[in-house]
Design a protein around this ligand. Sequence first.
Ligand SMILES: [Ca+2]
Ligand SMILES: [Ca+2]
Ligand SMILES: [Ca+2]
Length: 282
Amino acid sequence: MKKNYIFLLTAILAGYWINLNGQSTPRQGEILITEIMVNPEAVSDANGEWFEIWNSSDHDILLNGLTLKDAGSNMHILNSVEKLVIHSKSYWVLAKNGDALTNGGVHVDYVYQNFTLSNTSDQIIMTAADASLIDQVSYLSGWPIVSGASMELHPDYQTFSGNDQPEHWFPAKIVFGAGDKGSPGKANSISSGLEEWGEGIKIDVYPNPSKERFIVEASFPDPQAGTIKLINLLGQSFLIKSFDEIQFLKEVIEPDFLTPGIWFLELTAGRKVKVIRLIIER
Ligand SMILES: [Ca+2]
Ligand SMILES: [Ca+2]
Ligand SMILES: [Ca+2]
């Protein structure tokens, strides 16, 4: 009997500890797979595969001990001397390679080993330390697998079973990092409602590469409000200009405050976006 009390007391104290720290281990559906880059193009697969998870719960979750595996022999257990805490309603990116300079420009929260993503069919299965299933996605032909673009889950289907259906996934539309499309660590581009400008917009950026200044000229089929941002390979963005209901745009950008190298100019107008690669020289 005494043993039982001690066990009960320990369990209660453990519960308090978890509550006091505001973190607990995941339960099914609390951590969801929301984006998968199976086939990068800007860098090799060995350097550029990653996937994104989202904490759907209203509390912080400890990921130490979470197992990643597929239906074959791939397996990795998340381990660290630090607490691996994913905050409520936050994204994490797990990748093969944590170096943003060589992985295609992805900010990575956790680097795994012995886990690869086939370009045709594969599984991401996440289980807790007690072997209970947290979430899984199993993709195969019929899924939107595109070279150089991640698969993004539509936000209406961010649930344990919602991400099991291929029709709930879409190829990413917005460029990040070194030129591939995706939204690692951010809300999926499908959810922002943004679409890439196709017909209708005329945009010119010159000279490119440039040492001193870029001139951006754009015209839209009808007046638009929007922004011009410069984004580096680490995903850091600098707002250059906001504009209101204009049909023609001419902007001189003097990027002397920016480090030389590869940058992206992101022109958002209305609900559409265009990304152009820039090279800043010195
Ligand atoms: Ca791959
Ligand atoms: Ca699932
Ligand atoms: Ca995303």
